[in-house]
Unconditional design. Structure first.
Length: 199
């Protein structure tokens, strides 16, 4: 599956939001990228606001346009609120679940762990980052992955705040229920994204 491999700070600056968890390493967040900098900023329209929100969420979860659009289509066919179903589908991706469990420092790092076959779902190795987890699924790391220094450091961290829809014991996580909008820690306006695609 295709993924973005270009400069990441540029994307964070475009969305005025730390997309990849760079923290203090990310400089000039409030200045948009490009040669013109802040002088190129214009008053935003409704369309530009919706577009920026769509781009922010797409980049936050590390998706390409077609994959992102497919999640919207799936959510619109499901029963209930389209926006909330859409967020639930994104949160249930295997790479995101690893990140939420605290097994990886960022979503790109979690995606790499999955791609390199370091993740077991219900005891079976899985290398599909977009795999949608189900209730009662157990997610664990391989013995080789636990020996990676920065993963070992994350696993022994005790003060990590876990979302309510997940349970974790040592290097094993479990899906208790499907995620809701309140479980998403990042500020996301899913209604703007739904409206963008319903034009």
């Amino acid at each position: 599956m295709a993924r973005y491999t270009g400069p990441k700070d540029r994307l964070s600056r475009r969305e005025n939001f730390d997309l990849f968890g760079s923290g203090s390493k990310l400089t000039r967040l409030s200045v948009p990228p490009g040669i013109h900098g802040p002088r190129g900023a214009r008053r935003g329209s409704q369309y530009s606001r919706q577009l920026r929100e769509k781009q922010k969420v797409k980049r936050l979860y590390g998706l390409m346009e077609r994959q992102f659009k497919n999640y919207i289509k799936t959510a619109s066919k499901a029963k209930g609120n389209t926006g909330e179903m859409f967020l639930s589908l994104l949160e249930r991706r295997l790479d995101n679940v690893l990140y939420r469990l605290g097994f990886a420092p960022s979503r790109p790092a979690a995606r790499q762990l999955v791609s390199h076959r370091h993740v077991l779902v219900n005891g079976k190795k899985l290398n599909i980052p977009s795999y949608s987890v189900k209730i009662e699924d157990t997610i664990s790391l391989s013995a080789k992955a636990i020996e990676i220094p920065h993963i070992k450091k994350l696993v022994i961290e005790e003060d990590y705040k876990l979302p309510d829809w997940l349970e974790r014991k040592a290097v094993v996580g479990k899906i208790v229920r499907f995620p809701k909008k309140d479980d998403v820690s990042e500020p996301i306006s899913e209604q703007d994204i739904v409206e963008f695609y319903s034009r």
